[in-house]
Ligand binder design. Structure first.
Ligand SMILES: Cc1ncc(COP(=O)(O)O)c(C=O)c1O
Length: 384
């Protein structure tokens, strides 16, 4: 009878005040009241990206913002360098290929982030500067691995290469420290339904001056995704089409919640919850999928299920008995891992309840675990 436990790594639980904000009556999107809302959210969205530049807001899921990042900056046949960090990196490079780009997809084992040394190697070898963009998924939601974007930036600089840096922060923005300007990112792609604590339906491109400059000559076909008419209308708080007005009410409230808590405190909270989750997983005697200590995601943890057990059956038991949803294994990880989302609107007791549900579900599924795992997590939560 109580609220469902939605512990997938997005969409995340929407705070009550955000739900209430979205329930206000829809207004004329060409009237003065809307212009004030538009100007406010277009200004206040910038700090969460760590940028002073423009952020384009689309009424679309994250996949749309992926496409927007590519079609606004690149031309048919341009070479892009992508890294096989997991399911979402695989989908993004597939999209790039379908759009007519020439993709170099650096293979990976789905347990590590984009390798800065590989960036340096590929870009140093590209003396003719045929590679026009490097695409990195900051937080790979399918694996719980966070790529080290500053190290990728440093590798691009060390190679003295002019390629654009495009970064997907769909499951990190508002949960994991991110700095568009300071890290020299050219396009940051984001979505509403994870760290921003909104329902699905909005997505974003934060745009650097260099990306804006590239967009003036980018030759890939575009219409709906074209930054130019959107940025022109945004100057007065409007959009060239009907915006998702009620999601923008929600965005205004979600940003207020994030800034009231303080972004640094938000990031610290996510790190603590991720540490407590890993303490539980290791205490149970199970393995975390992420293989590099420097790259553990603060937003979610992917747990490897022992041979002979089916992760989807464990998830089904947990859903049936405790009304809790966990993330499934995606792509080649199907059935082999489950994912615990600990991002967005989340506190210590939400995590304690989540981990208790996982522990009971593992036991009911007959997975041999040490039940002291939950206690290890609680001990971590007891310390600030
Ligand atoms: C890292 C990442 N990139 C891209 C996407 C695709 O976004 P959407 O499903 O909102 O289109 C997702 C969705 O979960 C994601 O986690």
């Amino acid at each position: 009878m109580s609220r469902h436990f939605l512990q997938i790594p997005g969409p995340t639980n929407v705070p009550d005040s955000v739900l209430r904000a979205m329930s206000a009556p829809t207004i004329d999107h060409r009237g003065p009241e809307f212009a004030a809302l538009g100007l406010e959210v277009l200004r206040d969205i910038r700090p969460v990206f760590g940028t002073e530049g423009p952020v384009v807001i689309y009424p679309a899921s994250g996949t749309g913002a992926w496409e927007a990042a590519l079609v606004n900056t690149l031309s048919p046949g341009d070479k892009v360098l992508c890294f096989e960090t997991g399911h979402f990196a695989t989908l993004w490079q597939e999209m790039a290929g379908k759009l007519g780009l020439d993709v170099e997809f650096v293979p990976g084992d789905w347990r590590r982030g984009a390798d800065p040394e590989a960036v340096l190697r590929h870009l140093s070898a590209d003396t003719g500067h045929t590679i026009k963009a490097v695409c990195v998924v900051h937080n790979e939601t399918s694996t719980g691995v966070t790529s080290r974007v500053p190290a990728v930036r440093a590798a691009i600089d060390a190679a003295g290469h002019p390629a654009l840096l495009l970064v997907d922060t769909i499951s990190s923005l508002g949960s994991i420290d991110y700095r568009h300007d300071e890290w020299g990112v050219d396009v940051t792609v984001a979505g509403s339904q994870k760290g921003l604590m909104l329902p699905p339906g909005l997505s974003f491109n934060a745009v650097s001056d260099k990306a804006l400059h590239a967009s003036r000559t980018a030759g890939l076909a575009k219409s709906f995704w074209d930054w130019a008419p959107i940025l022109a209308a945004n100057e007065r708080g409007f959009f060239p089409y009907t915006p998702a007005t009620n999601l923008l009410y929600g965005l205004r409230e979600a940003l207020r919640l994030l800034y009231d808590e303080g972004l640094d405190a938000v990031f610290e909270r996510h790190i603590r919850h991720a540490e407590a989750t890993r303490a539980a997983v290791r205490g149970w005697g199970l393995e975390v999928l992420c293989a590099d200590e420097r790259e553990h995601s603060a937003a979610l943890t992917a747990v490897i299920v022992p041979d002979g057990y089916d992760a989807d059956k464990i998830r089904a038991i947990i859903l049936d008995r405790f009304d809790m949803s966990l993330g499934s294994g995606l792509g080649r990880l199907a059935g082999r891992v489950f994912r615990i989302g600990h991002l967005g609107d989340f506190n210590d007791l939400t995590l304690a309840g989540t981990l208790a549900g996982v522990q009971m579900g593992l036991t009911l599924a007959g997975v041999p675990i040490d039940p002291r795992g939950l206690n290890d997590a609680l001990e971590r939560l007891q310390t600030p």
